[in-house]
Design a protein around this ligand. Structure first.
Ligand code: C5P
Length: 227
């Protein structure tokens, strides 16, 4: 069967990655979490003192971009690829609220985006890929055969992310998560380079009131119509 490219974009914490992973597994496709790449660059910036509560040394980050090496390694137990920053598995470290707090600032830097989009396009060269993010259907794979745009109310999204972070033991409040989700949406939607916008040919799914099974079945039926 011919392989296609599936682009899943949408606001923060809409559950894109959960569905994308399930779809990739079902189709035996590669799943790529493009947000993890922006998060890994952000972690690099934090660990090297290039971004703090008060300062962002943008030029320094740009000049160090060549020092940042990102790779993915498939984890059989998890069933998806984990992200490595300069050889270190950072899958856990990139999901903190601290990284979430800075990531949209880092992701608004055109030089960062250029670097990561090159990697993303390369991974998708042979199709058979499900990639989620903010600009996958508009910039990374404008010719993707299937484009999904996921939305849900900010409160629902924050609640889901809060539950997820609590489950891994993070000490956070629902209010802090809601603030982060709405701030990121604002920056992601209003940045100049590749803002978050629904591609004209994307199919919108509002999953505020859908179970995971319902979302999965909906996307799978769209895949079947596309194949
Ligand atoms: O998907 P996730 O929420 O982990 O993404 C983290 C952040 O990375 C987003 O809020 C956004 O600022 C940035 N991002 C992006 N373009 C992508 C994927 C993520 O700008 N394709």
């Amino acid at each position: 069967m011919n392989k296609i490219t599936i682009a899943i974009d949408g606001y923060s914490s809409t559950g894109k990655s959960t569905i994308a992973k399930q779809i990739a597994k079902t189709l035996d496709y590669i799943y790529v979490d493009s947000g993890a790449m922006y998060r890994a660059v952000t972690l690099y910036a934090i660990e090297n003192g290039l971004i703090t509560e008060n300062n962002f040394y943008k030029e320094a980050l740009i000049s160090q971009l060549n020092n940042i090496e990102l790779s993915f390694q498939f984890n059989k137990n998890l069933g998806y690829a984990e992200v490595y920053l300069n050889g270190q598995n950072v899958e856990h470290k990139i999901r903190t609220l601290q990284v979430s707090g800075f990531v949209s600032t880092i992701a608004a830097v055109p030089e960062v985006r250029q670097k990561l989009v090159v990697i993303q396009k390369k991974i998708g060269e042979d199709k058979g890929v499900v990639m989620d993010g903010r600009d996958i259907g508009t910039v990374v794979f404008p010719n993707a055969e299937l484009k999904i745009f996921m939305t849900a109310s900010a409160e629902k999204r924050a609640k889901r992310r809060y539950d997820e972070l609590k489950q891994r033991g993070d000490d956070i409040t629902y209010e802090a998560v809601l603030k982060n989700v709405t701030e990121r949406d604002y920056i992601d939607t209003n940045r100049e380079d590749s803002p978050l916008v629904k591609a004209e040919d994307a199919i919108e799914i509002d999953n505020s009131n859908l179970t995971l099974d319902e979302q999965f079945n909906k996307v799978l039926s769209l895949v079947k119509l596309t194949l």
